[in-house]
Ligand binder design. Structure first.
Ligand code: GZL
Length: 329
């Protein structure tokens, strides 16, 4: 194990992202930390969920006395790979990251393995058969999230919802192309709606998990199809963008067009309570405390489970109204 004091003192300015020691507390026992240095590469700041996830990680590192080096990749895989290489050069004790997409990680993970630096995957997974490349994966079951969304639609669609074409016309706002939550939420939703053949997905396009992306894609859907019954958005932010487009088209969200989203961030829950969204499947971003616990266990050489699935639920309109005031994110 490298001298934690030396590593903790250094910061590197990177061509594409600045890696900051985002939280004090590391370095040595005098500062209250145990000197553990964690290098974290974050996807970006694309959504309310991501912001809450970053806040949770930075706050938990400070609480745990772990010296956090944090980088924001602006949703670019090459920036994440650069950040991981910098952490390897800095000889941090543990590397953690949320992979923006599933593929293309094996070379840099091999480099971390050769440097004897354990890697923790958080939030999103990578597509690899070599499980030795990471110590554990902490995050949601995105397929289950998609199934929950589809099950709600099946259970809440009546024959009266079937339109003149004899179907319930769903348009889908997909997350970032190639990202695990986008791939898996699409898979789970399709698995669930297969139970009700009148439910059909007529259009599907990525809005990149952003509000603006959701608005632009929904505008194009509305321009080409006047018989949309349901929007399934892979996150609240794209659902909120869709609401703007629906209202601009003179339609009433939650009435003329049902909206189902995933995340349950505050803005989404407010729209749900206001009747503009019909159902939200929660995806819990507060992974910080569990990440720090896993980091300490990995540094101490303790066994950790290969997969840690985060706890989360679902919200109807009434349930959102009841919990809105107490939401942490
Ligand atoms: C899911 C996370 C997704 C959120 C989006 O765990 O990766 O990325 O659902 C965020 O809001 O942008």
């Amino acid at each position: 194990m490298t001298s934690k004091r030396v590593v903790a003192a250094s910061t590197f300015l990177m061509s594409s992202a600045l890696i900051l020691s985002a939280c004090g507390g590391g370095g040595d026992s005098a500062s209250g930390g145990d000197g553990t240095v964690l290098g974290f590469s974050q996807v970006g700041a694309e959504s309310g969920w991501r912001t809450a996830n970053t806040t949770s990680i930075q706050g938990a590192a400070s609480e745990a006395g772990i010296d956090l080096k944090f980088s924001d990749a602006q949703q670019k895989q090459e920036n994440q790979i650069k950040a991981i290489r910098t952490y390897i050069q800095q000889k941090v004790d543990v590397i953690a990251f949320s992979p923006v997409v599933e593929t293309g990680w094996e070379p840099v993970l091999q480099e971390a393995k050769r440097a004897n630096i354990p890697v923790i995957l958080t939030d999103r997974s990578v597509d690899t058969t070599d499980e030795s490349l990471y110590a554990t994966f902490l995050g949601s079951d995105f397929v289950a999230e998609g199934v929950k969304a589809g099950d709600w639609l099946v259970e809440n669609s009546a024959t009266s919802d079937v339109n003149a074409d004899g179907r319930i016309n769903v348009v889908e706002l997909e997350g970032t192309t190639g990202a695990a939550p986008a791939i898996d939420r699409a898979e789970g939703f399709r698995e669930a709606i297969a139970a009700q053949p009148t439910i059909a997905i007529s259009k599907s396009q990525t809005g990149d998990f952003t509000r603006d992306g959701g608005k632009q894609v929904m505008e194009s859907f509305l321009n080409s199809d006047k018989a949309i019954d349901v929007v399934y958005a892979h996150n609240d932010d794209m659902g909120l963008g869709a609401i703007e487009a629906i209202e601009a088209a003179g339609l009433v969200p939650g009435k003329d067009i049902k909206i189902i989203t995933v995340d349950a961030v505050k803005d989404g829950m407010q729209a749900l309570a206001d009747g503009k969204i019909d159902y939200i499947v929660e995806c819990n971003p507060l992974l910080g405390p569990q990440l720090m616990d896993l980091t300490k266990k990995v540094v101490a050489g303790e066994e950790v489970p290969k997969r840690v699935v985060t706890e989360e639920t679902t919200f109807t309109r009434d349930q959102a109204a009841a919990v809105l005031a107490d939401r942490q994110y």
